[in-house]
Design a binder for this molecule. Structure first.
Ligand code: NAD
Length: 496
């Protein structure tokens, strides 16, 4: 078992040696000793060398997960006993918040304070939520039929594969795998190549909590190698993918060929609709915070701001002063509000979108660009941008995935609804109004998995969060139905 001794365990020690895969309870080098490098986005410099899993390593991880499913008590133990272990895991995550937040901050670039206040505790709470839900779930339910005795029984599927993106590596591991584990499945995780570290620590914590070796396996590696091998593996029973629609299609195609059920959590182009009766200044502050959270690399954030014509000037002026006054800096600096984006590639993407948007005629209220951070000249920092204009502009349509918002104005409710619903994405939108009847009416007409009222980015445990259309399919996360997704329902019938 790979215990983490918090006192002896130093971040620098973890990072100083090549970090291995986690398969069957062992830390294992990748085939051929292959590795890849991750960078600290805040410094632009080397952070860690990590094993690059090959197809044969993914085979080994799936085999280990299958063995754990068939031979350890994980699947067969009473749900409440599994729940005890998941509660222990949640407690261990809480006890290691400082360590996990440090690793997450250096791997993603995000403010450490945000990781320790939100990403890590919210993930821990997700394990508690599903532990309790599964402990109270009915394993058998009778059917009321005549002539037969019949019931359904909830069984775990077996081996579940998970592929994650780089923006919330630890949080998404929690949201993704907690219901699968609570239902008694075993798992293989492929974290993003930009941010593989916290998932590897997660596997060690799971075993320290008493979860049998082989239940949690992690194969860091490149998408086209490790990710493709996992999603096309005929030995998995379920697949979950979180990432871009482009890769989501490839994963769904691969799963389709093997007839493996797949859940896709994809990108977004969220809108905020602000009516003229809303408290403009506080709404502008809230949306400025939302669009700069995690340097704007949030799938459900509001990047299209639809503002009623009457209040547009006041709103834009407050948004510009709030966004323009934010402290951009290194994630480990306590005063940092906006950290770097995850990579130079991502920075070029964000800057390119802003330039194209302006070229297409957008007005730049806040023009963005490269941010210089003293002492961190090689980091991937960008300034927030606030653009505005016609709805056909590239920044009104595409997911930028950076601290960039695009303002459009409207005159009436129908126009606002049509504008929001013109996007092929359908993840999350918000409506801002003191008229709750109107806010409710509009919230329910926006085509997306989630509508929020007078706030943006709300993730309470027990409320399903997921997308429709280009934002995903096959179920969401965080709700009671997500636990159901990880049970294979079987009926049993006996003639009377
Ligand atoms: P991405 O699609 O490029 O990569 C996601 C994962 O897929 C990575 O682990 C990557 O290695 C892997 N991958 C790449 N090629 C693959 C292949 N051929 N086969 C299998 N796996 C492969 O996405 P990203 O850039 O890491 O993340 C950003 C995207 O994720 C954005 O679109 C964002 O909106 C979305 N996202 C969605 C949610 C949600 O809950 N809906 C949450 C977070 C991020």
């Amino acid at each position: 078992m790979n215990m983490i001794d918090t006192k002896a365990f130093a971040v620098s020690e973890f990072l100083s040696q090549p970090i291995k895969m986690h398969i069957g309870g062992e830390q294992v080098a990748a085939s051929g000793g292959r590795t890849f490098e991750t960078l600290d986005p805040g410094t632009g410099k080397h952070l860690a060398t990590v094993a690059a899993a090959q197809a044969a390593d993914v085979d080994a991880a799936v085999e280990a997960a299958r063995r754990a499913f068939n031979t350890t008590p994980w699947r067969t133990m009473p749900a409440k006993d599994r729940a005890v272990l998941l509660h222990r895991l949640a407690d261990l995550i809480d006890q290691h918040t400082a360590l996990l937040a440090e690793i997450e901050s250096r791997d993603v670039g995000k403010p450490r304070a945000q990781a320790s206040a939100f990403d890590i505790p919210h993930a821990a709470q997700t394990f508690r939520y599903y532990a309790d839900l599964s402990a109270n779930a009915r394993q058998r339910e009778p059917f009321a039929v005549s002539g037969n005795e019949a019931w359904s029984v909830r069984q775990p599927y077996g081996v579940c594969g998970f592929i994650f993106p780089w923006n919330f590596p630890f949080l998404l591991v929690g949201w993704g795998v907690a219901p699968a584990l609570a239902a008694g499945n075993t798992i293989v995780i492929k974290p993003a190549e930009d941010t593989p570290l916290s998932a590897l620590l997660f596997a060690r914590l799971a075993e320290q909590a008493g979860i049998p070796p082989g239940v949690v396996n992690v194969v860091p590696g490149l998408g086209e190698t490790a990710g493709a091998a996992l999603s096309s593996h005929s030995g998995i029973n379920r697949m979950s993918f979180t990432g871009s629609p482009e890769v989501g299609r490839l994963v769904a195609e691969a799963c389709g060929r093997n007839l493996v059920p797949v859940k896709l959590e994809l990108g977004g182009k969220g809108a905020a609709v602000l009516f003229d009766d809303t408290a403009v200044e506080s709404a502008a502050e809230s949306l400025a915070s939302a669009v700069t959270l995690n340097a704007g690399q949030v799938c459900c954030t509001a990047t299209r701001w639809m503002v009623h014509k009457k209040v547009a000037d006041a709103f834009i002026s407050k948004a510009v002063s709030t966004m323009g006054g934010m402290k951009i800096g290194y994630g480990g600096d306590e005063s940092t509000q906006i950290g770097p984006v995850v990579s130079e590639k991502q920075r070029r993407r964000v800057l390119g979108y802003v330039a194209r948007s302006v070229k297409e005629g957008a007005e730049a209220y806040l023009s963005g660009g490269v941010a210089e951070v003293s002492g961190y000249q090689d980091g991937f920092y960008v300034k927030p941008a606030l653009l505005g204009g016609a709805p056909g502009n590239i920044c009104a349509r595409d997911e930028v995935f950076g601290p960039v918002a695009y303002v459009m104005t409207f005159q009436d409710e129908e126009e606002a609804i049509a504008l929001v619903n013109s996007s092929p994405y359908g993840l999350a939108n918000s409506v801002w109004s003191t008229d709750l009847a109107r806010a409710t009416r509009v919230a329910e007409r926006l085509v997306a998995g989630n509508s929020w009222i007078n706030a943006h980015n709300l993730f309470p445990h027990g409320v399903s969060y997921g997308g429709c259309n280009l934002s995903g399919c096959g179920g969401g996360v965080l709700g009671p139905d997500t636990l159901e997704d990880y049970y294979r329902k079987q009926s049993v019938v006996r003639p009377l």
